[in-house]
Design a protein around this ligand. Structure first.
Ligand SMILES: [Zn+2]
Length: 165
């Protein structure tokens, strides 16, 4: 007899950055600024990410494309790698993502790709803390309280039986 398992998924939606708390608003606006610095000559799809660290510091990343397409990297992984390399003891607590088209128009809200979801989940395991995900759009901002919820039944360190939490 099969058992149906329901995984609940709840997120918040806002219409304007002005409705957010000041920290979230700052993070969203920083991600939007970062998007305009993306290197995306092939897709014309500019993505910016801003990571809030526990200290309050913000680290940004953009997508960086490459003529050899798989060599490109997403904004989210760029920002999280930057944070890990430069602030290894300061854990990420929030990540805002914004996207723009080549003419600078807001193209969000867009959600992190599967690769980035996997990296977000790893960071949550690494620190033992949730990472809030803020998806920026012109008329809609979506907030997910725990990034790992974007990757149900995820592969993680417990599968490797290494240092399970
Ligand atoms: Zn990605």
């Amino acid at each position: 007899m099969a058992k149906a398992i329901n995984i609940p998924f709840i997120y918040e939606e806002y219409n304007r950055p002005e409705d957010l708390n000041p920290d979230d608003r700052e993070l969203i606006l920083t991600a939007r600024d970062a998007a305009l610095k993306a290197y995306a000559p092939y897709s014309g799809f500019l993505v910016g990410a801003a990571v809030r660290l526990n200290s309050g510091k913000i680290v940004v990343g953009t997508n960086v494309e490459n003529a050899a397409f798989p060599s490109g990297i997403c904004a989210e992984r760029n920002a999280l790698s930057n944070a890990s390399a430069n602030h290894p003891d300061d854990i990420p607590v929030a990540l805002a993502i914004a996207a723009a088209t080549a003419d600078g128009m807001d193209a969000g809200p867009v959600s992190p790709c599967g690769n980035c979801r996997q990296v977000i989940a790893e960071e949550e395991y690494r620190s033992g803390k949730n990472i809030r995900i803020l998806l920026s759009g012109k008329d809609k901002i979506q907030i997910i309280e725990k990034g790992g919820e974007l990757l149900p039944l995820q592969f993680n360190r417990n599968n490797l039986k290494l240092n399970p939490r």
